[in-house]
Structure formats: structure tokens, C-alpha cells
Design a binder for this molecule. Structure first.
Ligand code: CDP
Ligand code: CDP
Length: 223
């Protein structure tokens, strides 16, 4: 029996990728890989060390000895639990400039592929296009910018944080543009992907839709 499929989920900020990918992984019994967390942890480290996104040489040096390790529900960076520290508005603001660097992307390719030995559900920007081009199932999950900003806004309020909808919308659109127009691994639908617009779907509906597609691929693998 072989259930080792790769489900690759890409899309813009706030589309619901991590919420849905985590739920799909649990439903179909595969590990979940949050690749955004890896880019966020690198941005966190380089920013703390005062290394600018333009400084490719110092980025390479810093990453040569940088250790990232998944723990249940989170991420360790050089032995520090950074799970909460990488989810701040400040990291939201700076992460894309670091993620555009070839030194940064190159450092993460093998780490990501190494997680897929027994299949997985992975979400990010280049899962279907670059990291897992052979994935059995590729989803491009999107929603209108206004709806995605609304989701982010609601998340902040639910956490008891102050939030400004217009500011969130502006930042989400800026980050998407940055991710879509960079030279290396830009955000775009992968060849052969299914484009899913979740503007009018809740997370449970999206989870059901992707899980049933994934289950069908797992059935095929077993035959
Ligand atoms: O959750 P949200 O969509 O806001 O962001 P994320 O998935 O945690 O990713 C944060 C940033 O990391 C993105 O805006 C990209 O710049 C970068 N990223 C990337 O370049 N490639 C990936 N596979 C995942 C994230
Ligand atoms: O990872 P990504 O940035 O694509 O989105 P997320 O961090 O999963 O955030 C999506 C937020 O919108 C979460 O608060 C979800 O509960 C909510 N949501 C969703 O994920 N999917 C929908 N179809 C509707 C709402």
C-alpha cells in the first residue's frame, strides 16, 4: 500500500493555505509542511543580525550555520522556539524581500524536499512550480484581496490585537505583488494545477474539496 502522495498548495497571503493544508493533512493522514514558516524564520534571524536583504554575501555566511528544526506545532531556529516570534506584523513586512534572494531560496530547497519522503501536504508560493513539480495534486488557492484582508483583519481582532483593515489590505497587496514579480520562484499557478477561488467558501468547504481530490489520488496510487 502506498499513500505517499505530495499535495502542493500555493497562493497569495490570507487565501487560507495554512489553515486548509493543516486540516487536509490531518484528514488524509499525511505530515504538514508550512514552508512560509521557514522563510519567516530566516527573515527573523537575518533582521536580528542586522543583515540587509541586499547583502547576499553576508546572507550566505549567516545561513551556512543556521539550524531550522520542526517541533510539534512550531519551529526552532538555532535552538530557540520562534513559533510566535515569526508571526508578527514586522516579519510580515520584511519577509518577502529576504524570500526573493537566491541564497535564501537555495538554502531551503533540500530541507523542504527531505520532508516529503513519506508524502506530505505542503503550502507556500512555489510548491507546485519549483520544490515539488512532480506533486500528485497541485492546488492554487486564492480569494479576492479584500476577502483575504478581511480574514487577516478578523484574525487580529480575534487575538485581541489592534488592526486597521485598510493598512492590512495595502500590505497584503504589496506582499503579493512582490512575491508575484520576483525573478526566482515567483508566485504563479503551476502547470497542471487546479485553481480554487475560496472567496465564497469557508475553510471547511475548502478542506473537504481538497481532501476528496487527494483521496482520489491515493486510491489511484494503491491500484
Ligand atoms: O501566511 P502568509 O500567506 O501570510 O505567509 P507565509 O505563507 O507564511 O509566507 C510568508 C512569505 O514567505 C511570503 O510572502 C513569501 O515572500 C515567502 N514564501 C516564499 O517565498 N515561498 C514559499 N514557499 C513560502 C513563503
Ligand atoms: O496561509 P494563508 O496566508 O493562505 O492563510 P491562513 O493563515 O490560513 O489564514 C486564513 C484565515 O482565513 C484563517 O483565519 C481562516 O480561518 C480563514 N479562512 C480560511 O482559511 N479559508 C476560508 N475559505 C475562509 C476563511
Amino acid at each position: 500500500e502506498n499513500n505517499n502522495i505530495v499535495v502542493a498548495i500555493d497562493g497569495p497571503a490570507g487565501a487560507g493555505k495554512s489553515t486548509v493544508a493543516r486540516a487536509v493533512a490531518e484528514r488524509i493522514g499525511l505530515p504538514y509542511l508550512d514552508t512560509g514558516a521557514l522563510y519567516r524564520a530566516i527573515a527573523w534571524k537575518l533582521d536580528r543580525e542586522g543583515i540587509a536583504p541586499e547583502d547576499g554575501e553576508r546572507i550566505s555566511q549567516a545561513l551556512a550555520s543556521f539550524r531550522l528544526e520542526f517541533i510539534p506545532g512550531g519551529l526552532m531556529a538555532d535552538g530557540t522556539d520562534v513559533t510566535a516570534a515569526i508571526r508578527t506584523p514586522e516579519i510580515d513586512r520584511i519577509v518577502s524581500a529576504y524570500a526573493a534572494r537566491p541564497e535564501v531560496r537555495g538554502a531551503l530547497i533540500e530541507l523542504q524536499r527531505a520532508q516529503a519522503k513519506n508524502g506530505l501536504v505542503a503550502d507556500g508560493r512555489d510548491m507546485g512550480t519549483v520544490v515539488f513539480p512532480e506533486a500528485e495534486l497541485k492546488i492554487f488557492l486564492t480569494a479576492s484581496a479584500e476577502e483575504r484582508a478581511r480574514r487577516r483583519y478578523k484574525e487580529r481582532l480575534d487575538r485581541g490585537e489592534a488592526a486597521d483593515y485598510d493598512e492590512i489590505l495595502k500590505q497584503v497587496v504589496e506582499r503579493d505583488n512582490y512575491d508575484m514579480t520576483r525573478e526566482i520562484a515567483p508566485l504563479r499557478p503551476a502547470p497542471g494545477c487546479i485553481i480554487l477561488d475560496s472567496s465564497y467558501m469557508d475553510a471547511a468547504q475548502v478542506t473537504d474539496a481538497i481532501s476528496s481530490l487527494a483521496s482520489r489520488f491515493m486510491e489511484q496510487e494503491r491500484r
